[in-house]
Design a binder for this molecule. Structure first.
Ligand code: FO1
Length: 322
């Protein structure tokens, strides 16, 4: 069984690769919810939807979010009525937000609604939010504190970031299926997908109990770098790293995860970084353009974890000693 920690478009791509090389019941995708927000009276969970659409084959492959079979009458009419249209909601996508909002208001948990909607969309693997409690990523920028989607979509990641905050994380409880899977003897690996470490992975790590459960986990923890040759594949990762005073490199991301990592997968272009990374490094093609790329990278990650398990059995554990 594999746990994949995912946020954003990059994370969903590797989750899809993993879903294609193992039975659905062997994959648990734990998704960041720090990007969630209330908009037009709707409860929107973008990273959950990106994973659900990607795993169900419904995703718009060009942009990575929303659906490929989309129409935009709702947005066109909102425009005509003078409503907010900066956050693009397609007509089919809108139905998901309306139905999730209705069920949440009826008192269902985010994870219960997610599980049922994923089943109805034909998603095989389990998809759970990192927590059922509210967590909201906010960013201190040169324009002051911004909510996540205001920064990411409305202002197109242009403001200069100096600090991040995961509002509510301290009072949040990790999803029980996540914590149980980390202690499951059948667990073979925890994969930190190539997501933005600050806005997609650290909100998950900020939930009390998660870091301890990861440190105590018997299975290897292996991350895939979201940076290739100093640049993010998509999104503001490199820009944020520079603004936060860090070198935008694969090595810096490994340092962010620090004592959690047993293995780290970086692109061939970053071979020179190997010496600065204190985990067992695997070189691979980490840019996922085709489905074959997604599956090939997933295979490399799973094999690297198997090697780490074998070495651990012979007392050669590279990093973490629980
Ligand atoms: N991202 C954009 O850049 N522009 C959008 O208009 C937009 C709309 C949108 C609607 C639903 C959804 O689930 C995601 C959407 N995203 C949009 C992506 C989203 O803002 C980001 O993918 C995550 O929040 C960060 O990974």
């Amino acid at each position: 069984m594999i746990i994949a920690l995912s946020g954003g478009v990059g994370g969903a791509k590797l989750a899809l690769g993993l879903s294609r090389i193992m039975p659905p019941e062997d994959l648990l995708v734990v998704v960041n919810t720090g990007d969630d927000f209330e908009h037009l009276g709707l409860s929107i969970s973008p990273d959950i939807d990106t994973v659900a659409y990607t795993l169900s084959g419904l995703a718009n492959r060009e942009v990575g979010w929303g659906r490929h079979d989309e129409t935009w009458s709702f947005m066109e009419t909102m425009e005509a009525l003078g409503g907010d249209t900066w956050f693009r909601l397609g007509d089919r996508d809108l139905a998901l937000h309306v139905e999730r909002t209705r069920r949440l208001r009826n008192g269902e948990s985010l994870s219960a609604v997610t599980a049922d909607l994923c089943r109805r969309m034909g998603v095989g693997p389990r998809v759970v939010p990192m927590t059922d409690d509210p967590v909201r990523t906010r960013l201190l920028t040169d324009l002051g504190w911004l909510d996540f989607q205001e920064y990411f979509v409305h202002r197109r990641c242009e403001p200069v970031v100096s600090q991040l905050q995961f509002q509510g994380a301290g009072a949040a409880k990790p999803h029980p299926a996540f914590i149980a899977a980390l202690a499951d003897p059948a667990l073979e690996a925890v994969v930190i997908c190539p997501s933005n470490p600050f806005i997609s992975v650290e909100p998950i790590l900020a939930i009390p109990g998660v870091r301890d459960a990861l440190m105590a986990c018997k299975a290897p923890i292996i991350a895939v770098s979201p940076i290739i040759a100093g640049r993010a594949v998509k999104g503001p990762t490199a820009k944020m790293m520079t603004e936060l005073g860090m070198d935008p490199s694969a090595g810096t991301v490994a340092q962010r995860y620090a004592d959690l990592l047993d293995g780290y997968v970086i692109d061939h272009a970053d071979m020179a970084e190997v010496v600065s990374i204190d985990a067992r490094v695997t070189l691979a093609q980490t840019l996922m353009t085709t489905m074959e790329d997604r599956e090939a990278l997933a295979k490399i990650v799973v094999e690297a974890a198997a090697t780490l398990r074998r070495r651990e059995m012979h007392g050669l554990r590279h990093r973490r000693v629980p």
